[in-house]
Design a protein around this ligand. Structure first.
Ligand code: ZN
Length: 280
């Protein structure tokens, strides 16, 4: 199953067409896409059994994030060995670095993003998991059951702000408006042959800059949920950015950052793509 946020309303995506959930359910489920995660099991059961109307065509530019207003966004740094190495850090032993992307940075999949003046804005394609059931002290073996589905995420990062000062400012440097595109929709786990092994890719103006596989995550999605939920509860609708593989601009020689007019396309196998263009 695929669910989307179409012009702020929850939609089911089937055969490339969108079905409005509030109308199809006669108001049983609200239009607010963020609200569905509180009733995720009930919603899944309804969607599996309902007689659904034919969907309507839509434009990807009208999609928002499938989780537009999570109470918590947890983002993970240094979760691929090759990316930790290119960033000049040792790979983590315990939980990797955790930061947030503030909710105002979240956007839909197809956007124009303003580059902060004087900054070095970089790309990080990531697998995003959205929580579908409260997770508190969850065992790794039970963790996937707490995930509603997966989406593509782009952890845009302004490196000057991120790395300035006596201690890094990960959360601020990664939270400029539009710096957390998520989408293009949420794909439930039953749609994947193996949700622990998905290819991620990222291109700038058509040139491939990142290519990795989630099987190379140091902390898999279940391991992250186990480790994080040992510290704090993860709530329905929370967003988890799982980290990026090698190939970011900061780690290149010479370094390379996004410029006005650049087009960034971020892809995860079996989900779809994000498309960002940048303005000065
Ligand atoms: Zn990241």
């Amino acid at each position: 199953m695929r669910i989307a946020n179409l012009s702020g309303r929850l939609a089911l995506i089937a055969d490339g067409r969108a079905i409005d959930v509030e109308r199809a359910s006669r108001g049983v489920f609200a239009a607010d896409p963020q609200a569905v995660y509180e009733r995720w099991d009930e919603f899944r059961a309804w969607a599996a059994g309902a007689q659904l109307p034919a969907g309507a065509p839509f434009e990807t530019a009208d999609l928002g994030s499938p989780a537009p207003a999570p109470r918590q966004t947890l983002a993970i740094g240094l979760n691929y060995r090759d990316h930790a190495a290119e960033s000049g850090f040792a790979a983590p032993d315990g939980l990797p670095p955790v930061f947030t992307k503030y909710v105002t940075s979240i956007s839909g999949p197809v956007t124009r993003v303003a580059l902060p003046p004087g900054g070095h804005t970089d790309w990080e394609v990531e697998l995003v998991a959205v929580i579908g059931a409260r997770a508190e002290k969850v065992a790794e073996a039970d963790a996937w059951r707490h995930v509603a589905g997966l989406a593509v995420g782009q952890d845009l990062s302004e490196r000057v702000a991120q790395l300035a000062g006596p201690a890094p400012q990960f959360s601020l440097g990664k939270s400029y408006p539009g710096f957390a595109p998520i989408g293009p929709w949420l794909v439930t786990l039953d749609e994947f042959d193996n949700p622990d092994d998905l290819e991620l890719r990222c291109t700038v103006n058509g040139e491939e800059v990142q290519k990795g596989h989630t099987r190379d995550l140091i902390f898999s999605v279940p391991a992250l949920i186990a480790g994080l939920s040992a510290v704090l509860p993860l709530l329905p609708g929370d967003v988890l950015f799982t980290g990026t593989p090698a190939g970011v601009g900061l780690g290149r020689d010479p370094q390379r950052f996004l410029r006005p007019g650049d087009e960034l396309v971020s892809t995860v196998e079996g989900i779809g793509e994000l498309r960002q263009t940048f303005i000065g």
